[in-house]
Ligand binder design. Structure first.
Ligand code: TA6
Length: 282
């Protein structure tokens, strides 16, 4: 079957299903411009989506790849992770070739966003699906007349069978801010990061591909444009406090996020910035 894109209903919300070569599939929702599923040609789902995720737009959908903009986490006075996770995005482009399927969704400032953040913007999320690879690119355009600064992330929830058994390689030697450890700055001293408790770290300036060793679900992870990498797992206690996660769901996910968190990115009027996260089957 030729790769293509079709509108679907996914848990009651409008989404696009991308079908790529060799049966690869991805689903991206208009709500939040959020990728919610990525199935590789081996039939495996690679993204975590909570059984208790809420799809009515009252909160961000728990799982997939939420877009955090123009604020990462609580790094400022805006709502946590910014303003676009619960917005309805527009479909801005679709394109299929013999070996890929690609869709672009976009969202712009409006009265509600300007009431909280007085800037004009257009952001586009382009999802490119190939056989064993997913590229997700965020482009941020300043459509106003004054510069603005933002932080943000592609808050990717990766699906794992058992998080205690995975290892994340490639972070050795990088400094991280340890949000689960009093915001201390720590230098990573291990060659493979094992998740052994609540983990909430922003690794700074990681200009290197990572490897998630996770049995049948291993992946290469590469960020471009986004300087930082965030690694998050809520573990037992924090997970219990999240109403949209089953009590044991912490075990089946690990967020490895492409982020611009340590330093805000400034975009001049009429200019754009772009960052990308690439996930590759290994
Ligand atoms: O990216 C990690 C993080 O900022 C954590 O501190 C954790 O709270 C997570 O994001 C999820 O945030 P959310 O607002 O989606 O519950």
């Amino acid at each position: 079957m030729k790769p293509c894109i079709e509108p679907i209903d996914f848990h009651g919300i409008e989404a696009l299903r991308l079908t790529g070569p060799r049966g690869a599939q991805a689903v991206v929702a208009r709500l939040g411009g959020q990728v919610l599923s990525w199935i590789t040609p081996d039939g495996r789902e690679r993204l975590f989506l909570s059984d208790r995720a809420v799809f009515d737009g009252s909160v961000a959908v728990r799982g997939g790849i939420p877009v955090c903009f123009p604020q990462f986490a609580g790094l400022g006075g805006l709502p946590k992770h910014g303003l676009v996770r619960t917005r309805s995005w527009q479909v801005a482009g679709e394109n299929c070739g013999d070996d890929y399927a690609m869709a672009t969704l976009a969202v712009e400032d409006d009265e509600a966003s300007r009431a909280l953040w007085p800037h004009a913007f257009r952001i586009e999320l382009t999802v490119m699906l190939e056989a064993g690879r997913l590229d997700v690119e965020l482009a941020v355009e300043n459509t106003g007349t004054a510069p603005f600064a933002f932080t943000g992330a592609l808050h990717t929830y990766l699906r794992v069978v058992q998080v205690e058994d995975v290892a994340l390689e490639g972070l050795y030697g990088f400094t991280y801010r340890d949000a689960a450890g009093g915001d201390r700055l720590v230098r990573e001293s291990g060659t493979a990061l094992a998740v052994e408790g609540e983990t909430d770290r922003v690794y700074h300036d990681v200009g290197r591909p990572l490897l998630l060793q996770a049995g049948n679900l291993s992946l290469g992870i590469h960020g471009e444009g986004f300087p930082d990498v965030v690694v998050w797992n809520p573990w037992v206690e924090k997970c219990r406090q999240l109403p949209d996660m089953a009590p044991d769901a912490w075990r089946r996910m690990l967020c490895v996020e492409a982020a611009a968190a340590r330093q805000a990115v400034t975009v001049a009027p009429g200019q754009s910035w772009a960052g990308r996260q690439t996930l590759v089957v290994v």
